[in-house]
Design a protein around this ligand. Sequence first.
Ligand code: GTQ
Length: 370
Amino acid sequence: MATDPRDAQLGRSNVEDTPELEAFYKELAGVNSDAFWNRANAIEPWEPETRYRPTIWRYDQMRDLCIRAIDLVSPEKAGRRVITLMNDSEAGRENTAVCGWLFSGLQAMKPGEITPAHRHTASAHRFIMEGGGAYTVVDGHRITLGKHDYVLTPNGCWHDHGVAADGQLSIWQDGLDIPLMNVMESNFYAVYDKPAQTAKYPENDLPLSYGAGLKPETRGEWDQGFSPVMVYRWDDVQDALHKMAKVNDACPHDGHMLRYSNPLTGGWAMKTMGANMQMLPKGFTGKAHRHTGNVVYNVAGGSGYSVIGGERFDWGEHDIFCVPSWMWHEHVNTGDEPAYLFSFNDFPVMEAFGTRITETKEEAGGYQQI
Ligand code: GTQ
């Protein structure tokens, strides 16, 4: 029976049970079928109905737990010594999701440790929260990692990570599309035949070749489906944000925002997950908007709050929070400095499927497809 008044109209299911129909449904169930109209209104919601909840992880708590994990288990034993961020919902626990199609975890490594080399169909990317001397090796390319750098591990690439013996305790946030790979039943995994890869190229060869956003003409063509930059350095990103802010008005929803893009295409750096860095100027009070797709934020600096689905979440540096699909959200900077929000998302999937849809409060009722 219709519970939403909008369902009481032609074009929606409005069938009342009768003894004849109930008998018919039993017969259908016996041959692995059902009457579509019994499920239609549930499986075709008027608008997206997320099963995920806005959730926040406080860095002062999560950091302590990461450090305790270091004493409790080795990365060799664990495969990856990661504290998984579980969305505060049934769906999150069921799918091991931070939000929607996205997985996220905090990986902590102390000097001299390595995460054994492996690969998978899931793509990964990482945002470095603290440390020194950390590195990753991706298909033989050794990449150094500094605070607030953003680094890619695209699907199918061999990867191992470590912290140099003279480095510092390092903690980063991993983002993967594991829930998407599992729902698509296309998740493969393999371990490398050695604990770690030997670098095949000069250190940082890819960011040094492609990181300026200019196309190297005297190097072979890049034929991979992901950004050749591989790591995006925080100093460059912060500088770009401030230059942009000098000559542009802040967007009412997102302040000043940059995409970690593939410079050869202008598109997202990987096929399934994207990432942004935004700056909310001092005093910024964002207006609400909503969109399909899931977003996980990591506060790269400053303090403020976000209202997500009507609930207020106050945040400070390195707190992590998520915005589930189609939930209204707005960001406010309450500090004396600019606030920086790193975020990653599943927008490339939405775009590939033609379902990246966004709405502002002003556009009441309709939606705008982008
Ligand atoms: O390094 O590829 O946090 O496979 C979880 C699973 C990181 C990784 C995680 C992974 C990785």
